[in-house]
Ligand binder design. Structure first.
Ligand code: C2E
Ligand code: CA
Ligand code: CA
Ligand code: CA
Length: 279
């Protein structure tokens, strides 16, 4: 039942009932997923626009459950956060991603960076910064090759404590990216207070490039804003060469999207890097 005020319950409609059951069902199967090794990481390349070369990858979790089949992170990350299962899942993601990137770099002339999505629930953990440093130490990856991706929503809760944790990690050489930039509700004022190194411009801005005439100005303004603040600007969800050409002309630093590649399993990363392709 839906709680409406204190002690008052109203009848829910069928769709709410279904959504609730679905979340319960996901949570039930999510509990054993880590222990049963149902997760895998896929890696999506980021390309440095100036050189046209792959500079790093974003780690994206994949879940294949024997009963539910493949479940999108869009359907289970929120459930994992609400149930706090994200603490262990997120730690596994970080450790696995650092280990894989160290392995890849061992065979490469130039080292690739790895970006990892971090939930606010993880950051609120007392031992969050130690967990991050330990993941690096165990893997042997240097801090400057790790970037943590956080969203603006992080700063609406516990702003102070999270900012100081991120400042500490940044002081250790780890990079911090603000993900889905432009979709949050926060004002631009808070940007100056954040210890970030990178702006990830949300896909919706890239999608609108071909549709709305003011959207080009909008994208260029975000790139300039980022550069004026000394930040690197990454465009997400780049799907066609027209978008890439515009972003290149506008001075955007990096692109990520299906134009370059979908997220790939480990084997796919090795095949892609062996091609040494210039985009
Ligand atoms: P995100 O961090 O914004 O990740 C980008 C999403 O856009 C990924 O979806 C990626 O596959 C998709 N994408 C990339 N390029 C394109 C493109 O050109 N076109 C289109 N249509 N989509 C593109 P994915 O992997 O389904 O992940 C969805 C979201 O789930 C992520 O959004 C992130 O918020 C969350 N997520 C994924 N993995 C993790 C994780 O390990 N930890 C946490 N906390 N969240 C994660
Ligand atoms: Ca592995
Ligand atoms: Ca991300
Ligand atoms: Ca994003």
């Amino acid at each position: 039942a839906k709680e409406e005020g204190k002690g008052t319950y109203v009848l829910y409609d069928k769709s709410m009932h279904t959504a609730f059951n679905e979340r319960m069902n996901i949570e039930k199967h999510l509990r054993g997923a880590l222990g049963n090794q149902e997760f895998e990481l896929h890696y999506q390349p980021q390309v440095d626009i100036r050189s046209g070369m792959i500079s790093g990858f974003e780690a994206l979790i994949r879940w294949n459950n024997p009963v539910l089949g493949f479940v999108s992170p869009l359907s289970f990350i929120k459930v994992a956060e609400d149930s706090r299962l994200i603490i262990d899942i997120g730690e596994w993601v970080l450790r696995e991603a650092c280990l894989f990137m160290k392995q890849v770099n061992e065979r490469m002339l130039y080292p690739y960076k790895i970006s990892v999505n971090i939930s606010i629930i993880q950051m609120l953990q007392e031992d969050f910064t130690e967990m991050v440093l330990d993941s690096l130490a165990v893997s042997g990856l240097v801090p400057s090759l790790l970037e943590l991706e956080i969203t603006e929503s992080v700063f609406m809760k516990s702003f102070g404590s999270i900012v100081s944790k991120l400042e500490f990690l940044k002081s250790q050489g780890i990079r911090i990216a603000l993900d889905d930039f432009g979709t949050g509700y926060s004002s631009l004022g808070y940007l100056q207070q954040l210890p970030i190194s990178t702006l990830k411009m949300d896909k919706t801005f890239i999608d609108s490039l071909s549709e709305k005439d003011y959207s080009q100005a909008f994208v260029q303004t975000i790139i300039q804003l980022g550069h004026n603040m000394g930040l690197e600007v990454v465009a997400e969800g780049v799907e066609d060469s027209g978008q890439l050409a515009f972003l290149k002309e506008s001075g955007c630093d990096k692109v990520q999207g299906y134009l370059v590649s979908k997220p790939l399993p480990e084997s796919g990363v090795n095949v892609l890097l062996a091609q040494r392709k210039q985009y």
